[in-house]
Design a protein around this ligand. Structure first.
Ligand SMILES: *[C@@H]1O[C@H](CO)[C@@H](O)[C@H](O)[C@H]1NC(C)=O
Length: 207
């Protein structure tokens, strides 16, 4: 009995270690995955995403903008454990605190500067001011943000993700722009209902 327990515990440790080493999307059993709606002979076009051509020769946006090349926009990424997002920050723009539940993020500042930060599971904040050419990693699943703290110049960044479908959970939106009961929020944030209503109204565009 005791040796059975030992074997079981050993197996549990081995499984946990294996699990930890599989940090990407689940492996596929084929070279790539073609959705059923893709007809005709397969060629290089299936493996090409042209959506970022929209950036070329287009004026910089006036609000923070994300252009994604994830599995939804680029089906060939299914099973490949990678994706991209192009982030455009006009002067003073913020990407509010959010998490990516399924991927770490590797951000590369192509133009301008960027203040970034994330909070780990001990509630410690790590921040950095990135310059053009710098790369920063946001560990998987942790709350993080980006801010172009420049009054004049825009910032362009490219983020790579270790998942074809990293997912985004925005903290302001998921907490204050759903129908979570106001009383629960007021108790959770140790404040009154009016304060919660005010925050909710701002996010829903009703202010
Ligand atoms: C909040 O939700 C409303 C309704 O679904 C939506 O129109 C609005 O864009 C959301 N606001 C934010 C900041 O996501």
């Amino acid at each position: 009995m005791a040796s059975n327990l030992k074997t079981f515990m050993l197996l549990a440790v081995v499984c946990a270690t294996l699990n930890a080493s599989m940090a990407g999307d689940p492996d596929i059993l084929t070279d790539f995955v073609v959705p059923p709606n893709v007809g005709g002979p397969l060629d290089g076009n299936f493996f090409t995403f042209t959506g970022m051509r929209a950036l070329v020769g287009t004026p910089f946006p006036t609000t923070f903008k994300v252009l994604k090349a994830s599995m939804a926009e680029f089906p060939a990424l299914n099973g490949q454990s990678v994706s991209y997002a192009v982030l455009q920050f006009p002067a003073g723009a913020v990407n509010p605190p959010h998490t990516h539940p399924r991927a770490s993020e590797l951000l590369f500042v192509l133009m301008g500067s960027l203040e970034v930060g994330f909070v780990d599971t001990t509630n410690k904040l790590f921040t950095q001011t990135l310059q053009q050419g710098d790369i920063f990693v946001f560990p998987k699943g942790l709350v993080h943000f980006q801010f172009n703290n420049d009054a004049k110049n825009p910032t362009l960044a490219l983020s790579a993700f270790g998942s074809a479908n990293a997912g985004t959970v925005s903290v302001p939106t998921s907490v204050f722009n759903t129908t979570i009961d106001n009383q629960i929020l007021a108790l959770s944030f140790k404040t009154d209902l009016a304060t919660i209503q005010k925050i909710k109204a701002g996010l829903s565009g009703k202010i």
